[in-house]
Ligand binder design. Structure first.
Ligand code: UDP
Ligand code: MG
Length: 318
């Protein structure tokens, strides 16, 4: 039986790009031959231009084109999530609508997937057209994530990827709202392969990911994939307590038991400052302790799957 490939295209104000990406994707899918069938799912993420009309026209002409229309803009991460939820393929490919992801790689993606990789991920080569600020930002983001994040995010990986059905089914178990689709997909593990590509320049329209949106996205990734910022205060507190405590004890013994025998003659303000520091340390380390509880609550609330099974042998498939 022919394998079904679902292509998911998130769309936010891309009216001019829609016919182009449709044609580009379709050309490649037809190239795959009769072993593969396909569906193309456009997720209209609250476009305010004529994107919806453009997709509807394609739907009327080609029953393999499908449309999920959001009631408003929910963001690309949610749009790709909706696409994955509604895809019925044996594998799904996520691709941008603006033709920055070269559709010509689709046969490569499919070939590696048929070789047995569960997920084949597109990775961007160094892209010359990117602004310096954006590039520096992305380098800093991935460096920081690598240092303090709990999920391994490979740098320069994109949403452009093919995802096997078993990964999609596991992905559907995530319930968190604040999400980065590719972060969650990477969290799942599975057998991965990478394809490198140079992103093309956007065909029409403007990128809707503004710098502020990107910073927000980076922050929410930190919060959902790393507990380090929370624990940092605690570590600081422990450091402060562990030197101001013994020092205070030393001063106490020196002043009241040894009657200033050491000759240090600690002044009143110095002692006051030290006491102050000690209690600041206590407060900070308590904050760190609270952070541990919050972390616990956070992990229960996001309710991620406890484990993910890649395959079962001699056991009934769930
Ligand atoms: N997109 C979306 N919702 C949004 C923003 C973007 O569905 O709120 C889509 C957009 O139409 C495009 C893809 O996500 O297909 C990538 O967006 P963009 O080109 O703006 O981002 P960049 O290329 O800068 O990552
Ligand atoms: Mg783009």
């Amino acid at each position: 039986m022919a394998k079904l490939i679902s292509v998911i295209i998130p769309v936010n104000n891309e009216e001019a790009n829609i016919p182009l990406i449709y044609q580009a994707v379709k050309d490649q899918l037809i190239k795959l031959g009769s072993d593969f069938d396909y569906e193309i799912i456009f997720v209209d993420d609250g476009s305010t231009d004529k994107s919806n009309f453009a997709v509807t026209r394609l739907c009327d002409a080609d029953p393999k084109v499908k449309l999920i229309e959001f009631s408003r803009n929910f963001g690309k991460e949610v749009a790709t999530t909706a696409g994955l939820h509604e895809a019925s393929g044996d594998a799904a490919i996520i691709i941008d609508a603006d033709l920055q992801h070269p559709a010509s790689l689709i046969p490569d993606f499919v070939a590696r997937w048929t070789q047995g990789f569960d997920m084949v991920v597109g990775v961007r080569n160094n892209n010359e057209s990117e602004s310096v600020i954006k590039r520096l930002g992305s380098v800093a983001f991935y460096k920081a994530m690598k240092l303090i994040g709990e999920t391994k995010l490979a740098s320069r990986t994109t949403d452009y990827r093919i995802i096997d059905r078993k990964v999609i089914d596991e992905f559907k178990r995530f319930t968190e709202h604040n999400r980065i689709t590719r972060g969650l997909l990477d969290w799942l593990g599975f057998k991965k392969e990478y394809i490198y590509f140079t992103a093309l320049t956007r065909q029409h329209g403007k990128p809707s990911y503004s710098k502020i949106k990107l910073v927000k996205l980076a922050l929410s990734t930190f919060v959902s994939h790393s507990l380090f910022p929370l624990k940092f205060a605690g570590y600081l507190g422990i450091i402060i307590v562990s030197f101001s405590g013994p020092l205070g004890l030393f001063i106490f013994i020196d002043k009241y038991i040894l009657d200033d025998a050491t000759g240090f003659n600690f002044s009143g303000p110095a002692i006051l400052a030290l006491i102050n520091m000690f209690f600041t340390g206590i407060i900070l380390s308590s904050l760190g302790l609270i952070a541990l509880y919050i972390a616990d609550i956070q992990s229960e609330v996001t309710n991620r799957p406890m484990y993910v099974v890649r395959s079962r042998k001699n056991l009934k498939q769930q």
